[in-house]
Design a protein around this ligand. Sequence first.
Ligand SMILES: [Zn+2]
Length: 113
Amino acid sequence: MSTKSLAKMTAFVYQIDDEFHDERIGDTHRSYESALQEVQRFVDVPFGVEPNCPPCTNWRKCQREYVIKKYEVNTSGRRQLVEETPVATVSAEGVIWHLAQTFIDKPKQIRHE
Ligand SMILES: [Zn+2]
């Protein structure tokens, strides 16, 4: 079996979740950096404007807790959560990043394995 076919057996996908409401947001990403950039786009939208708006009726006093979930996808397509990274908490008060700023500015330099 070649190295190439071995590499195909394990794949990872990255999904953005609002951990506070247990809500999946957007599509899966093939890389952590791609998911992180999407969170950045969400956070750039004013709070209360989709998708940066909690799904509850009392959203003005609520918050979104963006996390990136890394799933291992096996050959039969089943997903298993292997890692969860808190990224940012957003509310009417503002944004709290849970990552170092350099991480946001230079996602290409990050090795996230
Ligand atoms: Zn809520």
